[in-house]
Ligand binder design. Sequence first.
Ligand code: FES
Length: 189
Amino acid sequence: MSLSSLLAVAGIAGVLKSITNPAPPSAGEEMQFPRLKVGQLSDLQVGQPIVFNYPLDNEPNILVKLGVKAVGGIGPNGDIVAFSGICQHLGCIYGFQTAGSSPACNLSYRPDRPVGYCCCHGSVYDFTNAAAVISGPSPRPQPQVKLEMDTIGDIYAVGMGPPAIFGHQTGSNDVSADLQGGNPVASSE
Ligand code: FES
């Protein structure tokens, strides 16, 4: 019997999936996100990203220690950040570049700071500044993962900041709605 069959028989598959699927909020309630361990301080090397899925179990984020203090950064140097890995332009999966390094798709480009670089159409996100758009066609920054670190250096994802993760916009003008901490119903009242 395959592992998936065993999990199904044991009823475990549904449990595993629900760990990283946030419950949708009711009207007037805040979105509730899971608390998920995504790394350990001692394992992080400057400029070496780790990819983890959150808050849905098939949607990647980039966790990285930048080596320079960053907006929203945690850790002893305030330089550990994480962002959705799905480009806000048209949904490609983008990569991380250290300062001075070139993406394989554009060897003439060398950022002066750590960035996210999308090889689909060239959007560049400033990882030191809440993934603000530096250049390219992206209309908005990347959603920042809210991180916490405990006393032994374990790092947890505990929520998402705005805007909504690509693909989860509600269709309204409020792109900060849906899979992030605010509730569009509550905020419009
Ligand atoms: S999908 Fe990333 S720049 Fe177009």
